[in-house]
Design a protein around this ligand. Sequence first.
Ligand SMILES: [Zn+2]
Length: 436
Amino acid sequence: MLSSCDTLIRAGTLVTQDENRTILNDAAVAVTGTAIAAVGPWSELGGTPARETLDFSGDIVLPGLVNTHTHAAMTVFRGLEDDLPLMDWLTGHIWPAEARLTPEIVVTGTLLACAEMLATGTTAFCDLYIFERAVAETAAAVGIRAVLGEGVFDTPNASYSNLDQAFAKVDDLADFCRGRALLTPCLVAHSVYATGHDTLARLAGLARDRDLRLTLHAAESASETAMCLERFGARPVEILRALGILAPNLLVAHAVDVTKAEISLLAESGTAVAHNPRSNLKLASGMAPMAAMRAAGITVGLGTDGAASNNTLNMFSEMNQAALMAKAREHDPTALPAQAVLDMATIGGARALGLSDCGSIEPGRQADIVALDGRAPNLQPPHRPVSHLAYAASGHEVRLTMVAGRVLYRDGRFTTLDYPALLKRMDKVRKWALGA
Ligand SMILES: [Zn+2]
């Protein structure tokens, strides 16, 4: 019996995502400091003295969702241009606009992203962008968990004009993250075609030395593969293998155009994958062989990618799409069932990012917790909560988002983010994005 706790949450249905995928009805989660102190029936824990009790007795409580691949600040480009091929979209629209990026725009875009993520149940995200220090400062101010890396390209951009400056920014970001428990630095290359291979090897070396994740886009589409074959005489995953950087600390985003042999390479090396089904569908990049990757034992998380290619940062949409895409791809309705996509959005994502104390609701884990309005018509009748989370929830049923024991969003209100003030900046953002 627990003598006391800071916050006691009463859950109508508690989806723990523990090893046995235990689901409890009328349950309690006791939170002390940043961590979960106890989990059990309300009848046993309900009497625990607590500074605050949160009543979600009609609701579904689950671990916070983990977005393993995004570019938060790209919310400023949401809906600016759609319906174009990846390379035309990148080179004709996104990269020219990004050439005018400033840290201020990155802060505004990241704040908007944090608002959207918190309102739809995401408690941790992995971010790859430039001016990443501005992303880190924003995430720290909001109180959301983040794994962050300055994207290193060989070509100059708005954030730096040469590689020395780029690596100085990598170090500056690491310095900022030091001592901040919610922030973890990572190393980021854009891809095997936009980051030089010497630079990739250098980033991988730094990741090894500092025991950090390295992440990049790879094998996103057949056209990327064709470009790599023409320029380098090898496919993207083959290039990663030749560079010796396939490893458990590598997180590959996309992995859409991969062969059976490449799936084996990823599995044998322990490389993790961030699956971005909605971005892949919207850019017509293809359908990643997710059922085969999971069968091979690859650690897989879900990602939204940036809001310019999705166009939301809503992990419930991503779970739904991941399940449907796998079924359509395999012509098999048993491919990637509801529990599998929930696993990818929670413990799988946490594992992919190296967040070993996140992703489930168990004693000792970080108190990253979400509650969904169980009375919503689309979540009734209460047959199987995991089915509802994967196939029926929209994300807009979220009533509570807690990160490390702190309530950041509750019943439509943000506790650390001034949303009305943020909305006032959107006209300015629109003018900036249009080049005015
Ligand atoms: Zn991306």
